[in-house]
Design a protein around this ligand. Structure first.
Ligand code: GTP
Ligand code: MG
Length: 148
């Protein structure tokens, strides 16, 4: 099944939004397969956002991700990469629709609360990067009540 790497950024943790974010993914019907609170090494933040390394905001972005603990998660389910991105909302929170996580809880692009993988290929790369130890193996009993 499809998996996505979802991360509550340091501002989301500091603002007490961990439960809110997890609640939304759980209630949608997705399955939590990996979860940890961790401080991020600069090298890991740089690797995670390596595609953006030439952008002027890259140093500030790396500092932001390393500024406090993040909640690193793997969520699983049908279409979780694209649907997760919809639930998160547009990159710039001023453009994020109300009802999305960023649209409900953020204002600035440099403090946008949460990360979600942008493709299945990115998800595979990011899960390998953040969960080299692997994730949990389990199947929720509610599965037949979520999937036809
Ligand atoms: P992620 O889920 O965090 O990857 O965000 P995204 O996929 O919606 O956007 P993108 O991958 O293009 O950018 C990664 C992160 O860099 C964003 O979430 C922002 O935190 C930050 N970022 C992107 N563009 C800007 C910008 O123009 N200015 C600043 N300060 N930060 C930016
Ligand atoms: Mg991105």
């Amino acid at each position: 099944t499809e998996q996505s790497y979802i991360m509550i950024k340091p501002d989301g943790v500091q603002r007490g939004l961990v439960g809110e974010v997890i609640k939304r993914f759980e209630q949608r019907g997705y399955t939590l397969k990996g979860l940890k609170l961790m401080n991020v090494e600069k090298s890991l933040a740089e690797k995670h956002y390596e595609d953006l390394s030439a952008r002027p905001f890259f140093p500030a972005l790396v500092d932001y991700i390393c500024s406090g603990p993040v909640v690193a998660m793997v969520w699983e389910g049908k279409g979780v990469v694209a649907t997760g991105r919809k639930m998160i909302g547009a990159t710039n929170p001023l453009a994020s629709e109300p009802g999305t996580i960023r649209g409900d809880f953020a204002i600035e692009v440099g403090r946008n609360v949460i990360h979600g993988s942008d493709s299945v290929e990115s998800a595979t790369r990011e899960i390998g990067l953040w969960f080299p130890e692997g994730v949990a193996n389990w199947t929720p009993v509610a599965k037949p009540w979520i999937y036809e």
